[in-house]
Design a binder for this molecule. Structure first.
Ligand code: SF4
Length: 317
């Protein structure tokens, strides 16, 4: 599939972008994905059930607890077992999956659901399953950001997912050029506040790791760095987490703050704490301050100068 220039490659369950690939010939078009996120991402769509030859329409399937473990079996025809077919089809996709920076999957699907998929024993079903294709992605690409489409309705979860996609994209850009300790340190400087918004210890650990990078072992250190960063970023930042980062930034700019700016920033912080405004207000005020009083460390930070997709979410969280 041709790559759209400048856009970040992200996988998506085909039915979510309006492809009529569901078992009944329908789709589950998601307007946020096709209307908003498509401005930033180049969506590469894939339907594992169609790809493995089940066709459209096709008999519905479900996860069932059997004596051979959890299997993907026909709802009406219990003799239909597509578990091995789906698994082997997923294996054959690794060549393009490895180039993705994220994947949005359809909830509840025995193929695509990431969590809480119904598993049918002989009694009432339990919601503890993982779709076969989603399970393959989790196992084979543990750092690949995954999310279910319904959870993107929550702005904090959506911000979390998009941040991880963007971090992985920037990381791939970094690796496309010769990696040096200096460039790893530079990458960390740009992501330090973002890491801090999830966990202060995460930011500290990554700071030590990047500072200790040596030329001879740079790839090993870089691998450890990105694993720690992307794993740590799975935590969704709360309002209190953001307040902690904003207070840290205020300390860094204290010397250059005039009384009027200081009062406006303190008021914005209190308003944000009291849920009277969103993260965008203190961030915009800080950016205006940095325009008047440049600070290279803060101005290069992806936290204070986020991508437009993230900025749009700062206006909601
Ligand atoms: S297998 Fe996945 S992509 Fe295909 S219809 Fe089901 S949920 Fe959608």
């Amino acid at each position: 599939m041709p790559r759209q220039a400048g856009k970040i490659p992200v996988g998506v369950s085909s039915c979510l972008i309006g492809e009529k690939v569901r078992y009944d010939g329908g789709d589950k078009n998601n307007a946020y994905i096709t209307g908003i996120l498509a401005n930033y991402f180049h969506f590469i769509h894939f339907c594992p059930e169609v790809a493995c030859g089940l066709g459209v329409p096709r008999p519905p399937i479900q996860l069932r607890q059997t004596s051979r473990g959890i299997r993907c079996i026909g709802v009406e025809d219990r003799q239909l077992d597509v578990t091995d077919t789906l698994r082997s089809c997923a294996e054959q996709q690794s060549h393009w999956l490895s180039g993705l920076c994220g994947y949005i999957l359809k909830k509840n699907s025995p193929s695509c659901g990431i969590q809480d998929v119904r598993i049918f024993p002989d009694g009432p079903p339990t919601r503890t399953g993982v779709g076969l294709f989603a399970g393959f992605l989790q196992e084979r690409f543990p750092l690949l950001p995954l999310e279910e489409e319904n959870r993107l309705d929550n702005a904090r979860i959506c911000e979390n997912f998009l941040q991880r996609v963007l971090v992985l994209h920037r990381w791939r850009q970094l690796l496309a050029t010769p990696l040096t300790p200096h460039r790893l340190q530079d990458f960390h400087n740009r992501h330090q506040l973002l890491a801090m918004s999830r966990n202060r210890k995460l930011a500290d650990d990554l700071g030590h790791l990047s500072a200790s990078a040596e030329k001879d072992a740079i790839r090993r250190t870089a691998d450890r760095y990105i694993r720690r960063l992307l794993t740590g970023l799975k935590k969704t930042a709360t309002r209190n987490d953001h307040i902690g980062v904003l207070r840290h930034i205020l300390k860094l700019v204290k010397q250059s703050l005039e009384a009027e700016d200081s009062a406006a920033l303190q008021a914005a912080l209190i308003n944000y704490k009291n849920q009277k405004t969103t993260l965008a207000q203190p961030v915009e005020l800080l950016k205006m301050h940095l325009y008047k009083h440049p600070n290279p460390f803060l101005q290069q930070s992806n936290y204070l100068d986020p991508d437009p997709a993230i900025l749009a979410l700062y206006r909601k969280i």
